[in-house]
Ligand binder design. Structure first.
Ligand code: SF4
Length: 330
């Protein structure tokens, strides 16, 4: 066992439905790699989903199941990581409450994603205490397992920094209870959705891990491309093309270079180019679909895996909270 093996990593995903390719290349693919390097806690954060989906809470449990199936099918292995449901480990709520006592309001109001998400999800009333406190719950998720590192893309690094600030303040009042978590900076490739905007479930432009070959062809073939290629003879610029973001994530480098040359010289048409990415995407997803079919036939197994993960998480969380309660004098 190496030194890094002893370090603890925590990360979570909101259960808002099946995972798309953006979730896969932006997080899950990296998590699969990390489970051999660290002691990893991967958490399905149902209470975070509730902060924006409170009017539709009944869907969250089933979405947790969907996420777990995607995780397992893609390669997370319960023998090599702890995968669990936040809402089944009540210590997350208790620590959230305690951290909230020392977190100054302006720290939360200045979080850029607070305003951004309120605008992005304008159809929902996110002017709530729960939504404002989202980063405090996130801090509780992380420090409850005394995580050393949190794998995030650059755009999420501010959240980990806020956790570090909260930890420093909490430790100042009650003693050195928590380590300050470090960011494990991950390169998160920007993946475009079918309409050219960032791939997102809320934009309705996503390609899902569970989409079969026909659905994938049906989504990629009509995708918008570099607008300079109006006709077959026009040359294009792959770096300005939403389709090429998929190449960068799924096509081997030498093939990518060949396609890019073909685009810039009008040597290949967009339909051929899309055919290449469809082929590699199907190759990548085929083993995931096969595993998914096996898991879907056995839902009991998924719930058992989650329950075992919940129990392991409770053990660790319970030990942390015993120290916290003692430090606070409760
Ligand atoms: S050839 Fe490929 S990269 Fe170039 S514009 Fe068409 S789809 Fe995009």
């Amino acid at each position: 066992m190496t030194d890094t093996k002893k370090k603890i990593v925590l990360s979570g995903m909101r259960p808002t439905g099946p995972l798309h390719l953006g979730n896969y290349v932006g997080a899950l693919r990296n998590w699969i790699r990390l489970q051999d390097l660290y002691r990893c806690y991967y958490c399905i954060v149902g209470w975070h989903a509730l902060s924006s989906e409170y009017a539709n809470s009944q869907a969250i449990k089933n979405n947790c199941f969907e996420v777990a199936v995607d995780w397992l099918s893609a390669g997370l292995d319960p023998a090599r990581c702890v995968m669990f449901m936040q809402s089944e480990v009540k210590e997350h709520a208790e620590l959230h409450l305690l951290l909230s006592m020392v977190t100054p309001l302006p720290w939360l109001e200045r979080v850029p994603t607070f305003k951004e998400q309120q605008q992005e999800l304008a159809d929902k009333d996110l002017n709530t205490y729960g939504f404002l406190g989202y980063p405090v719950l996130q801090a509780a998720d992380i420090v409850l397992y005394r995580a050393d590192c949190v794998p995030v893309g650059e755009d999420q690094a501010a959240h980990v920094e806020l956790t570090r600030e909260i930890v420093r303040r909490f430790n100042r009042f009650f003693g050195p209870l928590f380590p300050e978590p470090q960011t494990l900076l991950t390169e998160v490739p920007r993946l475009s959705g079918t309409d050219g905007r960032k791939m997102s479930k809320s934009y309705g432009n996503a390609i899902y891990l569970k989409d079969g070959p026909d659905v994938i062809r049906g989504k990629i073939l009509p995708m918008v491309t570099d607008t300079r290629r109006m006709r077959r003879n026009d040359s294009g610029e792959p770096d300005d093309c939403p389709v090429f973001t998929l190449h960068k994530a799924f096509v081997p480098k030498d093939k990518q270079d060949e396609v890019a040359r073909g685009c810039r010289t009008a040597g290949i048409g967009c339909r051929d180019c899309k055919g290449v990415v469809i082929e590699y995407l199907i190759q990548t997803l085929q083993p995931i679909w096969e595993k998914r079919a096996r898991f879907e036939r056995n839902p009991e197994l998924i719930w058992n895996i989650l329950e075992e993960g919940n129990a392991a998480a409770r053990l660790s969380a319970g030990a942390t909270m015993a120290d916290v309660r003692a430090a606070l004098g409760f």
